[in-house]
Design a protein around this ligand. Structure first.
Ligand code: UT7
Length: 318
């Protein structure tokens, strides 16, 4: 499998830490030092589906492909306006696609899960050209009265088009049963026969526990993938990690004894956009001319579940 196009789209509204401290008991200083976030983009006038369609169109354009040539759309998404139909189906209608579509919910690990799934479909001979897209609006999952979660998130979408090739060397995805450390419960319709009516619970996160799980899962995945592909940590040119907290990225970097330049980040500008962080960053690096042909790239994501995913590939676009 290889990537032949990338694209991303972010909302226009930028919300700074100072804007949050007007209605939350927080401060720019706390958010900057504890997370690395300075501002985030939040959906206001836009809607998530339109951002997703914009990201998909950009990726298709770079791949020099029309939506009708896609064999599959895999969309990583936790929440959007609809529970059904799937977001991938809504996207397909606007990019001229006529292929099967599926949404996947692996929380913030969704991009790596999506790539892993895409490669499996290719290897099974069931699809060649696949759109892997992440579109997330976590700002609609947290309570805006809860400083523990609301300061961390932003919205955004990003996509890649993949086709057959030899660039992807290995991927490793995991899930461990830890629902209590990070969850969001949707509201369900009342039913006369049910004994428990579910009104919905805003996102809850045990930050410290998630932090530890994130570092451990990411290190485990990275070490495993390096071993499997016969690479040393030094041979990786770019470590593109899920943008959840600058301190998580730094802890992982220190454990791998790697220089800061190898760990690009945009969390300071965009916050945590769930599964969209990695493909948005990948697109920024691609469009910014930061990726050279032959570079070795490692992706590592982690999130609710607790899920994690790591993969390694060679960059051959340009
Ligand atoms: O993508 C999904 C995966 N999510 C993650 O990976 C998040 C992982 N966890 C984290 O990034 C960090 O744990 C947080 C940024 C969420 C929290 O940082 P922390 O260093 O673990 O802080 P804490 O929760 O231990 O809180 C320290 C203090 C507490 O006050 P006391 O009890 O020491 O008086 C909190 O009440 O900071 C307080 N606090 C805040 N203060 C100002 C918590 N949130 C805020 C806030 N502003 N927004």
């Amino acid at each position: 499998m290889k990537i032949i196009g990338t694209g991303s789209a972010i909302p226009s509204l930028s919300v700074t830490n100072d804007m949050l401290s007007v209605f939350l008991d927080t401060s720019d200083q706390w958010i900057r030092t504890r997370t690395g976030i300075v501002e985030r983009r939040i959906i206001s006038d836009e809607n998530l589906k339109d951002l997703a369609v914009e990201a998909a169109k950009k990726a298709l354009e770079e791949a020099n492909m029309d939506g009708s040539q896609l064999d599959y759309i895999i969309c990583s998404n936790v929440v959007n306006y609809y529970v059904t139909p799937s977001l991938s189906c809504l996207i397909s209608g606007e990019i001229n696609a006529a292929c099967p579509c599926v949404d996947l919910n692996a929380a913030c690990s969704g991009f790596v899960y999506g790539l892993d799934m895409a490669q499996a479909y290719q290897l099974a001979g069931k699809a060649k050209n696949i759109l892997v897209i992440c579109a997330e609006e976590p700002t609609r999952m947290c309570s805006w009265k809860d400083r523990n979660t609301a300061v961390l998130f932003g919205d955004g979408a990003a996509a890649v088009v993949v086709t057959e090739g030899d660039d992807f060397k290995a991927s490793y995805i995991t899930a461990k049963y830890r629902p209590e450390i990070l969850y969001y419960q949707r509201a369900l319709e009342d039913c006369p026969f049910v004994t428990y009516q579910q009104r919905g619970v805003p996102m809850y996160m045990n930050g410290k526990e998630v932090f530890k799980m994130a570092v451990n899962a990411s290190i485990e995945g990275i070490e495993r993938i390096l071993k499997e592909t016969g690479h040393t940590a030094d041979q990786v040119d770019h470590y593109i990690l899920h943008q959840a907290n600058m301190r998580i990225i730094e802890t992982i970097r220190n454990q791998l004894h790697q220089p800061v330049e190898k760990f690009p980040h945009n969390i300071e500008r965009l916050g945590n956009t769930s599964s969209a962080t990695i493909p948005i960053l990948l697109d920024e690096l691609n469009k910014g001319g930061k990726l050279k042909q032959g570079d070795t790239i490692l992706l590592s994501g982690f999130g609710a579940g607790f899920t994690a995913g790591t993969c390694l590939f060679t960059w051959t676009m340009n």
